[in-house]
Design a protein around this ligand. Structure first.
Ligand code: 0X9
Ligand code: ZN
Length: 311
């Protein structure tokens, strides 16, 4: 069994072990990339899955921008494992001939390590801020409309939970994602978070909907299709909505990916649905059902981005 199967959630160390093992056991189609280093010097890992570099289509899945959202590591990790385990059956085989799937399950390893060893509810990275507080919110540090809001959900106060940082892309974890994107030019992005069971599409920084009619309806209908697919698995309701309807924030991953690269981008808030169900503390026996319901949605996202006809 994998380290994860034995202990439930991955740690920084067991994730590295398991990603290495996945890459080593599928040398023809998987390649482990260190895409940067965290502020405390930990490697940031992304697994590239596909038969060759420079595939026609490329999609990226990210997890764990926020340290305490442990389930957001497990869904993209299991997606990588699923694609590799099914690499010779359709439609996965076709996808891996045609394009590349990149999976970076833990964007914020320093924060994750801190949640395991010191404070389970830590959110940000571990930047030492001017003034002595710790942490920038990685999901506020991207350079599209960065810093344009100054509200509790997007704060310019360093000690706040949603501190945007001193400037866009001030954080090495976020620069690593930026630079990976600049090299690979993804055709779509899905970033996992928890909790609330939501499927969020741009914009997040404004209540205005996306201007372009085609983009707006593409992202809305894809979000609604993912909502249906998730519900069909175990009856769990994940609500599709514009991100700013949850609350407005500036500088998140999906606003940047859509705003700068004009590609479909989503945030999925995983289980549970509410704080009454444990909030960020999701029991390990929920990992498997959460992955099961998210698998068809993730595969649908790949299918869509890879440009296959509607089923
Ligand atoms: O606040 C966030 O970064 C995300 N929620 S979380 O509870 N995981 O922290 C939501 C980001 C979605 N974007 C906007 N609401 N603008
Ligand atoms: Zn989050």
């Amino acid at each position: 069994a994998t380290a994860a199967a034995l202990s439930g959630y991955h740690t920084v160390a067991t994730l590295e072990e398991d990603l290495r093992r996945l890459a080593e056991s599928h040398p023809e189609i998987a390649e482990l990339h260190e895409i940067g280093r965290s502020i405390e010097g930990r490697p940031l890992w992304a697994l590239r899955i596909g038969e060759r570099r420079g595939g026609a289509r490329k999609v990226a899945f990210f997890g764990c921008h926020h340290a305490r959202e442990w389930i957001s590591v497990e869904v993209p990790y299991r997606l990588a494992e699923h694609l590799l385990d099914n690499s010779s059956s359709q439609p996965v085989e076709r996808w891996l001939q045609q394009g590349e799937v990149w999976v970076a399950p833990m964007v914020n390893p320093d924060g994750h390590e801190h949640t395991r060893t010191a404070n389970r509810l830590w959110r940000k990275n571990r930047r030492r801020n001017l003034g002595g507080s710790i942490g920038v919110d990685p999901n506020r540090n991207y350079g599209y409309m960065w810093g344009t809001l100054d509200i509790s959900t997007s704060s310019h106060v360093p000690s706040d939970e949603t501190y945007v940082g001193p400037r866009a892309f001030s954080e090495p974890e976020v620069r690593a994602v930026r630079d990976l994107f600049a090299r690979e030019l993804f055709d779509g992005v899905l970033s996992y978070h928890s909790y609330s069971q939501l499927i969020l599409f741009p914009w997040g920084y404004t209540l205005e909907p996306v201007q372009d009619d085609a983009d707006r309806s593409e992202m809305r209908s894809l979000a609604e299709e993912m909502e249906r697919l998730i519900r069909a698995a175990h009856g769990e309701i994940y609500t599709a909505q514009q991100a700013s309807q949850l609350y407005p924030t500036a500088g998140d991953t999906v606003d940047w990916a859509y705003g700068v690269y004009d590609v479909p981008s989503f945030t999925i808030e995983l289980r549970p649905v509410s704080a009454l169900d444990g909030g960020f503390i999701l029991p390990a026996d929920q990992i498997e059902p959460c992955w099961e319901e998210n698998r068809p949605a993730a595969l649908e996202f790949i299918r869509h981005v890879f440009g296959e006809p509607e089923r």
